[in-house]
Design a protein. Structure first.
Length: 438
């Protein structure tokens, strides 16, 4: 299936046919959703770029307190993500649920202007609630708009556009901090305006999930790998059907590996704080650290998606975690040379390029269309819950024994979990088009 586009003899396809094929390869829905994500990520990353420094340096939050707050964000997103996926499948309008999520994140941005940890915590929790609501319906729309053999490429393109916003957000925050008298308040205010623009783009240009054409139909095997496949198309799925997806071995393996690896994935904020402490990056340059991650992610997202479609998602997925492990090792043992920040950020970006779009593409290939958002949400919820636990544990170990032991524990755990995941994801005679990472 993956190599079918190259099976025709040379010269058999006219230039006009090839042009039409290229146009079909880029779905308008993917482009529209990529634009929404680009604009929204400018808003989000403006805040994310300055938030660790604002909380730790400005409000005096301890590493343990920051770990708890960061963990709560991931935890809220995890709890809500499954709700968003189920509601999207239930009402059969993925755009509606995604729009509610984007809108909620935009509405709570003014709360960031309140200089109080309680209000800030509420704002961040509600923002993560919006992210949790929109993630699975958005990814379901992407998977339903392209054929299965091109879903890795489609997710890679979307993630590349999304990361363009992540690249522009810290730059905007850096420029605003340099020229605006209000400092952090100016960053938060501009972020709210940009978030509102993203919602407007969604409403105007993204087709409704009820009416959008479906090209990404999957045909999972009957029996344990497709427990809901025999249900009538007109039947509205319930939570029992959604959780019943885990009876399928392939989805269960993906879920387990996502959770296992999430337990040892240090959050971006902690990684940037560690890098700043390890290399002595100036405070005014701290908002630029995410640029390194975003730039590499942007460059590699589409090639990684194409490579996953071609050679198998398991290989690309595990290679991304191997890159993250190498980044941990450099932070722990490499000398503080000028090139260290660039190397660590490059590996961090490569990790996201090889995993962020590959995992939902793999999930989309093993769940039926009517439960597509629920299946993506199940795996996303498990992964986010695991990262919630990782943030809490990492902050606690840092507070008790220091940042070095905390990162060393995460590195050892990641090495062990990646080995287990590599064995669990090993193909056992499945056809190449099953969508299981290999």
């Amino acid at each position: 299936m993956y190599l079918a586009d190259r099976s025709a003899p040379q010269g058999a396809t006219s230039a006009q046919d090839r042009l039409r094929g290229t146009a079909r390869a880029v779905s308008p829905t993917v482009l529209a959703l990529g634009t929404v994500s680009l604009v929204t990520d400018v808003s989000t990353e403006m805040v994310t770029a300055v938030l660790p420094l604002y909380l730790v340096m400005g409000l005096g939050l301890s590493p343990l307190g920051f770990g708890m707050l960061d963990g709560v964000q991931n935890g809220v997103s995890a709890l809500v993500q499954l709700t968003g996926g189920h509601l999207a499948d239930r009402v059969r309008d993925h755009k509606l649920i995604a729009g509610i999520g984007y809108g909620l994140s935009a509405l709570v941005k003014p709360l960031l202007l309140v200089h109080h940890l309680g209000a800030l915590g509420v704002a961040l929790a509600l923002d993560r609630t919006g992210k949790g609501l929109r993630t699975a319906p958005r990814d379901a729309l992407i998977s339903l708009s392209v054929p299965p053999e091109r879903q890795g490429r489609a997710f890679g393109l979307h993630r590349a556009m999304d990361t363009t916003g992540a690249l522009l957000g810290p730059i905007a925050a850096f420029l605003i901090l340099g020229v605006a008298a209000g400092g952090y308040d100016a960053v938060f205010a501009v972020s709210g305006c940009v978030a509102a623009l993203g919602v407007l783009v969604l409403l105007l240009f993204v087709p409704s999930g009820k009416n959008a054409p479906s090209a990404g139909r999957s045909a999972p095997e009957a029996g344990e790998d497709s427990p809901a496949a025999g249900a009538a198309p007109e039947e509205r799925p319930d939570l029992r059907a959604a959780f019943g997806l885990l009876r399928g071995r392939r989805l269960r393996v993906l879920f387990g590996c996502a959770v296992l690896l999430g337990l040892t994935t240090v959050s971006d904020a902690f990684l940037y704080l560690l890098l700043q402490r390890r290399t002595g990056v100036a405070e005014q340059l701290f908002p630029l650290l995410p640029l390194g991650t975003a730039a590499v992610f942007l460059l590699l997202a589409v090639p990684a998606g194409r490579l996953a479609d071609r050679i198998g998602r398991r290989t690309v997925f595990l290679a991304g975690h191997a890159g993250l492990l190498l980044g941990y090792a450099l932070l722990l043992w490499a000398p503080a040379v000028p090139a260290l920040p660039y190397l660590v950020l490059a590996l961090h970006g490569a990790f996201y390029a090889a995993t962020d779009g590959v995992l939902p593409a793999a999930v989309a290939a093993v769940v039926p269309e009517r439960l597509r958002a629920s299946g993506i949400a199940l795996v996303g919820t498990g992964q986010a819950s695991a990262r919630f636990c990782c943030s809490l544990a990492f902050g606690a170990v840092w507070a008790a024994w220091g940042d070095g032991p905390a990162l060393a524990s995460a590195a050892v755990g990641l090495a062990c979990c990646a080995t287990i995941a590599g064995v669990a994801l090993r193909p056992a005679g499945e056809p190449r088009s099953t969508g299981v990472p290999r």
